[in-house]
Design a protein around this ligand. Sequence first.
Ligand SMILES: [Zn+2]
Length: 464
Amino acid sequence: MGDILKEILGKLPEGKISDAGFEGANIVLYTKDEDYFLDNKGTIKEIVDDIKKRIELRPDPGITMDLEKAEKTIKKMMPEEAGVDNVIFDPQRSRVIIEADKPGLAIGKEGEILREIRAKTLWVPLIRRKPAIRSKIIDNIRAVLYQHSDYRRKFLNKVGHRVYDGWIRGKKNEWVRLTYLGGARQVGRSAILLQTPESRVLLDCGIDPAKQQDDVTAYPYLECPEFKVDELDAVIVSHAHLDHSGMIPYLIKFGYDGPIYCTAPTRDIMALLQLDMTKIARNEGKNPLYDSEQVKEMVKHTICLDYEEVTDITPDIRLTLYNSGHILGGAMCHLHVGNGLHNLLYTGDLKYARSHVLDQAATKFPRLETLMIESTYGGKDNIMPPMPEQDAYLKKVLKDTFARGGKVLMPVLGSGRAQEVMVMIETLHRNKEIEDVAVWVDGMVWDITAIHTAYPQFLNSNLR
Ligand SMILES: [Zn+2]
C-alpha cells in the first residue's frame, strides 16, 4: 500500500475502512460499515482539507443491495416525469448510473432522491442526462469499460501508485525540455514530447491526414532518440481530430500501456474517427496502421477529465484541461511542473470566439510562464468575417439555390464544422428565414452529432 494511503487510514477511526486504492490521482476508500458509509461525520472531509487530494468513500461491494432488487427499488423511487428507463451498474466500484430525461427531477429537491437511494440500496448513484440521439460508439465504449472493469480497477490503481509512490528517476537539476516530434511549421502529425528529470509525457500523437498512408512523413518522428515508448508516463490528447489523435492506437501497438488523458467527448470522437480511418484503409485494399483491437485497448487506458479539474499525472506534473473552443471536448493543456517550477500551456487547436456550438477558448489561468499556441489560420490574411456576416452569406447561398430549384451540397469536416453548420441552418429555419427543406447528413456526421447530445455540459449555454 502507498504511503499516502497508510497516512489516510491512520487518521480515520479504526476498523471503518475495508479497502483503499487509487483511481488515477483520486483516492478511493471502501467501507463495510453501513452507518459510516451513510454518515462519516465529516472525517473524510477533514482529511481532504488537509492533504488536498480527492477522496471518495464507497460502500464495499459486499454490502450493496442485490442488482435486480436494487434496480427495481431505484426505478420505483424515480418520479415518472424524470423519464428513467436505463439503470447501469458498475459493481466493481459500487456505483450505479441512472439515465434520465430530466436529471433535475431524478436528483430530487436538494439531492433528496439520491440520498434515499444511497440509504436504501447502499449503491452510489450518479445521474446522467439521457442523450437525445443514441450513440452506438458511446454504448460500445461503455460496454468495453464494463466488461473490463476488473482490469480498469487494477490499471487505475497502478496509475495512482506512479503518481504517489515517489520519484523513480532521481531528482538532480530542475529542467523542462520539449521536443517536437511533428506538427512544427506544418499542419498535421502533432506530437510533442515533454521531459522533466522525473517525467516523460507525450502531448498529442497525430497523423498528417493529407498524406498517403505509405508516406513516412505522414507520422511523427517516434524513432528519434529522445522518445522511448516504454519510458512514457502519460499521453495527453488535446482533441479528437486525427492530426492530433490518429497515432494513439499505434502507440499501444508499439507497447504503450499507460494512461491517456483527455475529456470524455474526445475519447468517444477519436475512437470513432480512428475506427473510420481503419475502415477506409481496408476499403482501399490497404493494411490499416492498427485495428479495432488497439482502439479498444486505448479506451481501456483512457482517463477522462472535465475542464478545470486539476489532476496529478506524475510525481512532478499536474494537468488541467481548459476549453479550447475548437471542437466538442477540445482542450488546452495546462501543465504545472515541479512545485511551482514552471507553468506551461499547450493550446492544441483553439478558437478565440464563441461559436454557434461552443464557448470561446478559456483565457484565464492561475499561472503561466510558457505558451505554445496553435497558429494554423494565424496568418495575417486568415481573417474570418464576423458571425452575422457568415450567417447572412449562408442564408443567401441557400435562398438563391432553392429559388432556382437547386440542392446545396456542403462538404465539411464531420466533427466540429458540421455541427456548426447544422446549428446555423436550424436557426435560419426556426426564424423562418429560409424555407422548410429536408437536411440530409452523412452517417459520420450523425454519429458525431449523437455524441454532442450525450455531453450537453460541453456545449455553449445557448445550445445546451
Ligand atoms: Zn483540430
